[in-house]
Ligand binder design. Sequence first.
Ligand SMILES: NC(=[NH2+])NCCC[C@H](N)C(=O)O
Ligand SMILES: [Mn+2]
Ligand SMILES: [Mn+2]
Length: 300
Amino acid sequence: MKTNMSVIGVPMDLGQNRRGVDMGPSALRYAGVIETLQRLKYNVNDLGDIPISRPDNKESRQEDNLRNLHQVAEANQKLAEMAEQEIAKNRFPLILGGDHSIAIGSLAGIAKHYKNLGVIWYDAHGDLNCAETSPSGNIHGMPLAVSLGIGHEKLTNILDYQPKIKPENIVIVGARSLDPEERELIREKGIKVFTMHEIDRMGMTNVMTETIDYLQENTDGVHLSLDLDGLDPEEAPGVGTPVLGGLSYRESHLAMEMLAESKIITSAEFVEVNPILDDKNKTATLAVGLVGSLFGEKLK
Ligand SMILES: NC(=[NH2+])NCCC[C@H](N)C(=O)O
Ligand SMILES: [Mn+2]
Ligand SMILES: [Mn+2]
């Protein structure tokens, strides 16, 4: 993994309708994310937070089933430019959310530098909706589809190219809440998914071994997009769309440690930490622990 790292905060809560996830970057910094990376000997440049426009009252209501489309697109444009620049400087981008709609900008900026960027989508959800299929109008349920080139042009065309990623370079881990059309898209595109059922049956060790082998074969970089709701709400209560029956603390640390060992990860983001819904910053603290494992923290 690169030793020069740039941290970008994206205090965005407009991709869904529960306020508070805009405080995610502060909660993660408060829980010691920068100090953790420094302790692990990374040369960290904290670039602070991207400015996010407030929604105006009209737009905060759903426009064509895309809540806050303009502000979400604008923030993602800025994030894409920043992520793109940091990679150009040969620095590892670590992005702190914010709701998961920010993956649109992360992937737009990062994928520009790769022919076949792999993506590990660690999440209870597929985030494969578009305006036509979304049950909520929330853009945080759409970023993976957008990155495949499916969705509103204002989102799919950030940095003027599309698609950002290919379906065969994606692995979803931890899925347990997929909307009917998301399942159809997964089938149609042949996206690799490890649902909770498979994780229970195979065990996390085999799941991660398969994930790493699969991605190593055809990709030239791998982005980890970790939605804290992939974990069980018992352990990560500070998320806006909790789903029972999630990944455990131990499974998640194991997954991060295996990724650290594999050295395949070239960029990462941690999203959906909502301190307002949290229990004494438990979820942010858990996330920072996972950051530690991903970047090589070991007990011996
Ligand atoms: N990033 C997330 N937490 N996404 C939750 C999405 C929930 C639901 N599938 C929707 O599209 O509204
Ligand atoms: Mn999710
Ligand atoms: Mn998500």
